[in-house]
Design a protein around this ligand. Structure first.
Ligand SMILES: Nc1ncnc2c1ncn2[C@@H]1O[C@H](COP(=O)(O)OP(=O)(O)OP(=O)(O)O)[C@@H](O)[C@H]1O
Ligand SMILES: [Mg+2]
Length: 285
């Protein structure tokens, strides 16, 4: 079976239901994720402080959008609202033109820790969500698991237990597990932050390879400015709490990207611009 077909993302026309089509025509046709004046307050009291506010962002088909901002500015809050794990107290988040009210099957999440099941092998771990969801795992699923494990350099570790793997390898297993569910949208909350600098850079390139071969719409949260520039098409820079949009930057670096790009003038300009935003007094947490 063709790998690209196995992981291809349906166009928005295919996923929208008939009764949505009128709405769809009125809105940007290919915004997979839309945040409209989104805000959230965890405190239920009337004047409780906002965690995030006035976030407007459209994320388009197969776009890679990174979010950077000071600790506590609301990046994870934003991701949880897109994931349907948290309902915004202001504004609306929609996915495929439908307001997000609960977690969706077509949205996958990768967190900072892969949380692998220690009693299952690597291969069984990556297949576990499919088994849990459908009650069985098809031969096709197993083949896709093998393909993705090969692609991420884990083929020879498929029968190992998680504690026999390094942190970076475990994180790759977590990414393969999320990809096997073949989500149209992938949300990643600081997925590499527990890794050392070298592994982190390598796994970033691995992610770019996977994304090139199995295109997804990605929302990627990171504390690393250079990681954001290396990976993303656009970068949302958030202010300190209450987090709001300070800048939305088009990266505009050619792909495929390599370590060499990190020395380019454009790369340095971008990291400097973002650093300027983050370290300006009004942005600091
Ligand atoms: N469950 C919660 N209940 C109350 N307040 C919360 C809750 N989760 C987050 N907050 C608050 O909301 C704000 C934003 O938190 P959030 O975790 O979204 O920030 P973040 O940008 O992801 O931070 P970090 O970079 O440290 O991960 C913080 O001030 C935090 O204290
Ligand atoms: Mg966070």
């Amino acid at each position: 079976m063709n790998v690209m077909n196995a992981f291809s993302t349906p166009s928005i026309e295919n996923v929208a239901h008939n009764d949505d089509q009128a709405t769809q025509k009125e809105t940007t046709p290919n915004a997979y994720v839309r945040m409209e004046d989104v805000g959230h307050c965890y405190d239920p009291t009337p004047d409780g402080p906002m965690a995030v506010q006035h976030i407007n962002l459209d994320i388009y088909r197969h776009e890679f959008v990174a979010v950077v901002g000071p600790s506590g500015c609301g990046k994870s809050t934003l991701l949880r609202m897109v994931a349907g794990l948290l309902i915004p107290s202001h504004g609306e988040v929609s996915v495929f033109n439908k307001p997000v009210t609960e977690p969706r099957d077509d949205v996958g999440i990768v967190f900072q820790k892969p949380n692998l099941l220690p009693w299952l092998t690597v291969k069984k771990n990556v297949l576990f969500p499919l088994k849990h969801k459908y009650g069985h795992v098809s031969l096709e699923d197993k083949k896709r698991a093998d393909e993705l494990l090969t692609m991420t350099g884990l083929a020879s570790f498929a029968d190992k237990m998680p504690d026999e793997l390094s942190g970076g390898m475990q994180q790759r297993v977590g990414i393969v597990r999320a990809l096997l569910l073949n989500p149209d949208i992938l949300l990643m909350d600081e997925p590499f932050s527990a890794l050392d600098a070298l592994t982190r850079e390598q796994i970033g390139f691995d992610l770019l390879d996977i994304w090139r071969d199995h295109p997804k719409t990605v929302l990627f949260i990171t504390h690393s400015i250079s990681e954001a520039v290396l990976l993303a098409d656009r970068i949302l820079v958030m202010s300190k709490r209450p987090g709001t949009v300070l800048d939305l930057i088009d990266v505009n670096l050619p792909r495929p990207r390599t370590a060499k790009d990190m020395n380019s003038t454009r790369f340095c300009e971008l990291t400097e611009t973002i650093r300027g935003h983050i370290y300006e007094p009004h942005s600091r947490a």
